[in-house]
Structure formats: C-alpha cells, structure tokens
Write a protein that binds this ligand. Structure first.
Ligand code: SF4
Length: 159
C-alpha cells in the first residue's frame, strides 16, 4: 500500500521549481537572436521532477533581441556590482544598468518561487557559471546574474 507521506513527498518534488536560462529551453533570446536549446537538460529536469521556470536576465533587464554583444569591461562580475567595472557592448555603450536590473529580477523570481537551484548558460556575461566574458574573452568566473544568485544562496549549475 502506498505510504501517504511518500506520495506527499513526491507531489512536492514534482512541483519543485528551478530557474533556467530561457535560451536553454529554446527561447531565441540570445544576443544573436538565436536559442541554445539543451534537450538533455530538459530531459534531466523532467526525470528529476523539477519544473523549469525560463528566465532571460538580459531581455528582462530591458535589452532588445537581437542586441550587440556585451561583456564585463575589466576584472570580474563582483567589480561590476561594486561599481569598479561596467558592462559594455561591442560599440562601447554602458549597459550595466540593464544587466543589473535583469539580475535583480532573476533573484526576484527565485524569492517569489522559493527557488534554491538554477541551471544557467555557461560563458554568458549574465548567466555564465564557471566562465564568463571579460573584454570579449572567456575567463574563469561567474556572470553578473550568477554572481548575485550565488551571493544570495542559490545553487547555480552551469550548462
Ligand atoms: S542572458 Fe542568459 S538566458 Fe538570456 S540569452 Fe543570455 S544566456 Fe540566455
């Protein structure tokens, strides 16, 4: 006979939300107007009973798609948050405000849905986990959204 407490545990597990970079779920929200769908991630989340909540910090922060490439001007994401560095586009435009706004909205989603895990796109200036972009080059370190999520206790997994 089924144990009611097991059933309750499963129900809870099946509805556990996780934040996912929208481009990994097929939304064409990248700077070049394309998606980066990761079918194996979708499969893994489904098998684990996790409910993906798609989110694109750059679009949510007010940037259009497609948009110019952007990167951290110097140092790292922490320096952007402390005001010692900026987010700049390939045309030299300062887009720190938009990147920070998008990151804050990503964190808001995590709080709103009690999210403790996020699956984010590697090497992005927003979503990168092990690597991001500084001066248009991949370097070790998180993007600006990832840095904020980590600081606030969200476990972030790179894809
Ligand atoms: S900001 Fe994140 S979700 Fe949006 S396109 Fe870039 S990697 Fe994907």
């Amino acid at each position: 006979m089924a144990n009611p407490s097991d059933s309750e545990t499963n129900d809870r597990s099946e509805s556990t939300p996780v934040l996912v970079s929208a481009c990994l779920l097929g939304r064409p929200c990248r700077y070049d107007g394309k998606a980066k769908r990761d079918a194996s991630l979708e499969q893994e989340l489904q098998s684990a009973g996790l409910r993906p909540i798609p989110f694109c910090p750059e679009e949510s922060g007010g940037l259009s798609t497609p948009r110019p490439k952007a990167w951290i001007e110097s140092q790292d994401a922490a320096a952007v948050w402390s005001g010692d560095s900026e987010m700049v586009t390939e045309h030299g435009q300062n887009v720190s405000k938009e990147f920070k706004a998008g990151a804050a909205l990503a964190m808001e989603q995590c709080v709103k849905h009690s999210i403790s895990d996020a699956y984010l796109k590697e090497r992005s200036p927003s979503c990168g986990v092990e690597q991001t972009h500084v001066q248009n080059k991949p370097v070790a370190g998180p993007g600006v959204t990832t840095a904020l999520l980590i600081k606030n206790g969200v476990r972030v997994h790179g894809r």
